[in-house]
Design a protein. Structure first.
Length: 382
């Protein structure tokens, strides 16, 4: 079914805004998209994403899988620094081609931009959008262009994909006093598609195979991040090497960046003629690599819910969307929060419990299979 032009407006043309637009376009909608930044700005995004097989399947359906820049993860070693206990997840045991894929966010956005162009979707860059009014019949946005001129856009539904939650709308927030330091690290020997998730007293350290290097996501306290940002590459190399242990030798560090981390949950993910998705609904710590995977499921569910809808902003449809997404978003938030809080400390009792948990996981293939399936496909199979 075809809908009137511009029946949905999307705020934000990051990876989620574009994926949402494509998912809606596949269902016959013609969303228009606004982004405050330029089209080229996304190419400065330093985030590296671990994407599940479920996300790959969805991105392929959207014509936006960046195959050439995606490195498959074939094994994962989970361990903790300074204590016993570790477990392996393996593609052979799980009977899948990959446990996940490592993709730089900038390449993902470029693939989504290309697909959006192919679909003829309109993205207005350098254009800030602000909710102006919403009632039972329509919503309106105030649009501010780069030259400061203003105009109004009326629409049936506003999909908020702006990547953050204003303080006034946060229902639950947790400041872990952790920042993510990101870099590339070159291993002395080929990584053979083995990813490492290592829990240290300061926070988790992930080494994700990408190309012939590792993409490193290193969680440290804000104070340590301040000190390290002004330290030389050799200091990063020494400290990452000490945290990961001698079984991997790293020879070089490059492309350093930093991101503050925390948990923020929006109180309501829908309102009159508005829906909030992805980081605009829930911003998670990246420890379990859930953020964009979860966001993509938001986009997919929204498009599913609005299939064939004459009025995409109808309250019953938005209520159905919010109800369906609630278990997945709450589950991902709880899982992530539990991981961060129980693994980012050095209490002897907790360290022993963690070690026992990792040993149990290693000894029990069905339990390992459950964890692997959650990582590979997310909360449900597609
Ligand atoms: C260190 C780190 C590691 C991560 N690792 C993973 C991982 O391994 N796996 C995973 O799934 N997720 C991961 N994530 C989460 C993932 O990066 C995010 O979920 C995802 O990139 C967010 O995309 P987005 O499109 O929602 O937001 P953004 O990329 O922030 O895009 C939002 C866009 O909205 C625009 N915008 C904002 N306000 C307005 C406005 N008023 N008007 C117009 N435009 C506006 C902005 O200009 C921007 O372009 C990680 C995050 C971090 C910080």
């Amino acid at each position: 079914m075809n809908h009137p032009a511009d029946d949905i407006a999307i705020i934000g043309a990051g990876p989620l805004g574009l994926a949402t637009a494509l998912a809606l376009a596949r269902r016959g909608h013609t969303p228009q998209i606004f982004d405050a930044r330029s089209a080229a700005a996304s190419q400065t995004d330093s985030r590296i994403l671990a994407l599940s097989q479920g996300s790959r399947d969805l991105l392929e359906l959207l014509g936006a899988w960046p195959a050439a820049q995606a490195t498959p993860i074939r094994r994962i070693l989970v361990s903790q620094q300074g204590h016993f206990g570790q477990t392996h997840l393996d593609v052979t045991e799980q009977r899948v081609a990959a446990l996940g894929y490592v993709v730089p966010a900038r390449h993902l956005t470029a693939a989504l931009q290309a697909s959006a162009r192919a679909w003829g979707l309109r993205v207005a860059y350098d254009t800030r959008a602000k909710l102006q009014h919403a009632d039972s019949t329509q919503a309106s946005l105030q649009i501010t262009h780069a030259d400061a001129s203003l105009h109004e856009v009326r629409t049936s539904l506003i999909a908020h994909c702006e990547g953050h939650i204003p303080d006034a709308e946060v229902a639950l927030s947790r400041d872990y006093d952790q920042h993510a330091l990101l870099c590339r690290a070159t291993p002395a020997t080929p990584h053979e598609n083995l990813a490492h998730e290592r829990f240290t007293p300061q926070g988790p350290l992930a080494l994700l195979p990408h190309g012939s290097d590792y993409a490193v996501v290193w969680t440290v306290s804000a104070a340590r991040a301040d000190a390290l940002m002004s330290a030389p590459d050799t200091e990063w190399l020494a400290q990452i090497q000490a945290a990961i242990g001698p079984h991997i030798q790293l020879t070089n560090i490059s492309e350093r960046a930093r991101h503050p981390l925390g948990l923020r949950m929006r109180s309501q993910t829908t309102g009159p003629r508005c829906v909030w998705l992805g980081n605009a609904a829930q911003t998670l710590h990246p420890v379990a690599g859930q953020g964009f995977n979860l966001a993509l499921r938001d986009a997919w569910e929204l498009a599913d819910t609005l299939t064939g809808a004459a009025d995409p902003g109808a309250p019953d449809l938005l209520a159905r969307y919010a109800r369906r997404r609630q278990p997945d978003r709450q589950g991902a938030a709880r899982f992530t929060d539990l991981l961060v809080r129980s693994f980012s400390n050095d209490q002897p009792l907790l360290a022993a419990a963690r070690g026992a948990g990792l040993l149990a996981l290693d000894a029990l293939p069905p339990l390992r299979g459950f964890v692997a399936r959650r990582m590979i496909y997310g909360a449900r199979n597609f």
